[in-house]
Design a protein around this ligand. Structure first.
Ligand SMILES: Cc1cc2nc3c(=O)[nH]c(=O)nc-3n(C[C@H](O)[C@H](O)[C@H](O)COP(=O)(O)OP(=O)(O)OC[C@H]3O[C@@H](n4cnc5c(N)ncnc54)[C@H](O)[C@@H]3O)c2cc1C
Ligand code: FES
Length: 250
């Protein structure tokens, strides 16, 4: 387990509540992995898990939404300051080649799909379907269009296709061999139910975390087949094959 004090070289808003932060360093992350970021405020003991948005030999970037005290504090950190980062950890997305790939993202689940697409584009054909609440929430449309066709959907119809991602996949009649998805649990559940047994597919699942490194079982979720035991999202996940997760709340 690697913990590094990393220099922040960028921390800028992308929308009114979404920020991009870049750390200096060669962290060798895989697409789909995440880092556990320590918040300097000592009253916030738990590290915050944030997915890898992009990674190069010189830097690693995350994109985060300000939702509570931890991410609010993160948004105040200045370029040049350091932060303790544990990871990268977790399972990455399995790589495929020579396939028609459908990448489906919802809201703040879209950022980790950028690094995935970057790793797949050389020998796969990619279509993205990205769902957002409304126009003000749309992120990364231009960045992802470098890697494939992008269809944006909004719940209220204020931008792109009016409706959810599943409706758009059907409406556009998208032909694909493999699906990758990251976003709200109900979106992942819908994709899992629709394509399990039909297509190869992988979803990146989220649970609230405590230790973030596989010790406490705070992030455990139920598998469809109980004989396989509880699954730790931070260790066996966050990426799982279709058909593995039981989405019913116990
Ligand atoms: C594997 C993984 C990857 C993640 N990647 C990203 C990412 O790339 N970008 C990003 O913005 N966020 C990501 N998250 C969510 C992020 O960790 C939380 O938003 C963050 O920890 C909230 O911290 P906070 O102190 O600001 O808010 P808190 O005060 O801890 O919580 C504020 C609100 O957010 C909810 N919340 C907090 N954590 C989660 C969670 N894990 N799942 C669902 N609801 C939660 C709480 O229930 C509460 O309503 C990821 C989470 C996991 C488990
Ligand atoms: S958060 Fe402790 S085991 Fe996953």
């Amino acid at each position: 387990m690697i913990v590094n004090d990393l220099k922040i070289i960028e921390n800028k808003p992308l929308t009114n509540d979404i920020y991009k932060m870049t750390f200096e360093g060669d962290l060798k992350a895989l697409p789909g992995q995440f880092v556990n970021v320590k918040i300097n405020d000592s009253s916030l003991l738990l590290r915050r898990p944030i997915s890898v948005f992009d990674c190069t030999e010189k830097s690693l970037s995350i994109i985060y939404r300000v939702v509570g005290a931890g991410t609010k504090e993160l948004s105040t950190y200045k370029e040049g300051s350091t932060v303790s980062v544990l990871g990268p950890v977790g399972s990455g997305f399995p790589r495929v080649s020579k396939k028609k790939v459908l990448i489906v993202g919802g809201g703040i689940g879209v950022p980790p799909l950028y690094y995935l697409a970057k790793s797949l584009v050389s020998d796969n054909e990619i279509t993205f379907v990205l769902g957002f609440r409304d126009k003000s929430q749309v992120i990364l449309e231009n960045e992802l269009s470098k890697y494939g066709k992008v269809i944006v959907t909004t719940d209220d119809g204020s931008y792109g296709f009016h409706g959810n991602v599943i409706k758009a996949i059907e409406e556009y009649n998208i032909d694909f061999d493999v699906v990758y998805a990251c976003g709200p649990s109900r979106m992942l559940e819908a994709i899992d139910k629709k394509y399990y047994g039909q297509k190869e597919g992988y979803i990146s699942f989220e649970e609230r975390m405590a230790c973030g490194i596989g010790i406490c079982y705070g992030c455990a979720c139920r598998p469809r087949e109980l004989k396989k035991g509880m699954l730790r999202v931070c260790k066996e996940g966050p990426v799982f094959e279709l058909g593995v997760i039981n989405y019913d709340k116990a």
